[in-house]
Design a protein around this ligand. Structure first.
Ligand SMILES: [Fe+2]
Length: 477
């Protein structure tokens, strides 16, 4: 019996801790550091992700539903400070006050009577639980999810400052692009209604919004991110689609209304940034992706790189009951796919650039977004057949050769690697560091600093608690 218990303890997948609630909020001047943090690293890494998975007696259903927490790592003189705070969104405050889920999340709805449901038709009480990503907009820092309610916060204290700008629709992206020339964010939003539309817009501060383009769509696609090149905005409409009327009437949580219709193929919509005109709609094989990696123009070609799946079952695999109940990974694995689109004749050529798994991809965004590039960094997991667990490695792929390198450590589960360029003039594309929050077998997390060129560890700074698996972060110098 004792031997069996030991075996059970040993074989327990440690990644499950990453889906457990963290209640503690701390502020620490210096984390214990092993190794060396580069002296030139003097900025702040802000990260976002879910950290609370129960409200009162109820459990949230999906990884994407957890209540948002901000984490802040500041660097200077080889030291690392750390602080974390829940985002005091209206959804969080209501959960605390009432002990009940009060807003509609991605895959969890509040309990509602049929009368309440009828009253909220087409006016759902959308959540402002911004747990996906964050960015700077003018002088403001905002946390974002896929509802049109980004929430501003103080980057020093992590104090919540309330809803910021309002995207002109209902299903927004948490992955806006930044246009450095106009210093504005570019994003899309899906408007649902009798005449549903994709709307492209630019936002330069809380109040200044500029509409770029609109496109009618009968059954909008679930899209999480998009691509920006020097001349184009590219939406990739995967065949995971929703009937807007069903979305309004079904009484099901948001994502449960979407249907996989592979017969539709994947539509690549290319818009001209200058005048908003639709330059082409190109049809590709059915696939699904959360994350675009990069896109650029080359000759008469549009090159589009994505971390793509064969279908959208990855969403189902990330329900918390599902992900917690498995001994190892059951989530499908994304790979780096390249679409080459002939802008004149319209053909789409699709090819996997590497066999390496790739999710939560990052590039040298400031220098390379929208332009030819060589390196992408991300997380990866071995496939189910290979006995892999949850995202258990960091990967780096040379997109020009498909060659992949990885960083792994037994029992460690790293998050999205954020690339920070070295300040050296004329540096190589991969000269810099990768910053990743890693959960390990001690059931606590640490901030890992890797050399982005070699993927060798430079140092790590341990946090006194576990950090639940998060999504995205940004480094501010
Ligand atoms: Fe994302």
């Amino acid at each position: 019996m004792a031997a069996d218990m030991t075996a059970e303890t040993v074989s327990r997948p440690t990644f499950r801790k990453g889906f457990e609630t963290l209640e503690a909020e701390v502020s620490l001047d210096a984390l214990p550091v092993e190794g060396m943090i580069p002296e030139w690293l003097t900025g702040t890494l802000l990260r976002n992700g879910p950290a609370k998975f129960e409200v009162g007696e109820r459990r949230l259903e999906h990884w994407f539903d957890g209540l948002a927490m901000l984490h802040k790592f500041s660097f200077g003189g080889g030291t690392v400070s750390y602080a974390n705070r829940f985002l005091r969104s209206r959804a969080f405050e209501a959960a605390e006050r009432r002990g009940a889920i009060s807003y509609s999340e991605f895959a969890t709805d509040p309990c509602r009577s049929i009368f309440r449901r009828a009253a909220t038709l087409f006016r759902p009480k959308l959540t402002d639980n911004c747990n996906v990503n964050l960015t700077r907009l003018g002088d403001e820092y905002v946390a974002m999810t896929e509802t049109p309610m980004p929430v501003a916060f103080d980057p020093e204290t992590l104090e919540t400052l309330g809803v910021s700008f309002r995207p002109p629709g209902m299903h927004a992206t948490a992955h806006p692009h930044h246009d450095p020339e106009r210093n504005e964010l570019i994003a899309y939003v899906t408007h649902f209604g009798p005449r549903s539309e994709y709307r492209l817009f630019a936002q330069s501060d809380r109040s200044r919004q500029r509409r770029i383009a609109s496109r009618r769509v009968a059954e909008p696609s679930y899209m999480h991110s998009f691509a920006l090149t020097e001349r184009f905005i590219v939406l990739v409409a995967f065949p995971l689609v929703v009937n807007p009327l069903e979305l309004a009437l079904s009484g099901k949580p948001f994502i449960a209304n979407y249907r996989w219709k592979p017969e539709r193929g994947t539509g690549v919509l290319v818009f001209d940034r200058a005048d908003g005109s639709l330059r082409g709609v190109h049809e590709a094989e059915p696939c699904f992706s959360f994350h675009h990696v990069n896109a650029f123009e080359r000759g008469g070609e549009l090159v589009l790189d994505m971390a793509a799946y064969e279908d959208a079952t990855v969403i189902d695999s990330l329900y918390l009951d599902q992900v917690r109940s498995t001994r190892g990974a059951t989530a499908p694995t994304a790979r780096l796919w390249r679409y080459r689109i002939d802008l004149e004749r319209g053909g789409v050529d699709e090819e996997a650039l590497s066999e390496a798994p790739l999710e939560l991809p990052r590039i040298d965004y400031r220098e390379r977004n929208g332009r030819p590039y060589r390196y992408v960094y991300g997380t990866g997991a071995a496939s189910v057949e290979e006995g892999g667990e949850f995202l258990d490695r960091l990967v780096k792929i040379d997109v020009t050769t498909g060659a992949a390198a990885e960083w792994r450590e037994a029992g460690s589960f790293p998050g999205e690697p954020v690339f920070v360029p070295s300040p050296r003039p004329d540096r190589a594309e991969d000269e810099g560091v990768l910053l990743s929050v890693v959960l390990d077998a001690r059931d606590t997390s640490y901030l890992l600093v890797l050399d982005a060129g070699s993927l060798e560890e430079l140092g790590r700074a341990r946090v006194p608690h576990h950090i639940p698996f998060g999504f995205h972060g940004q480094y501010f110098s």
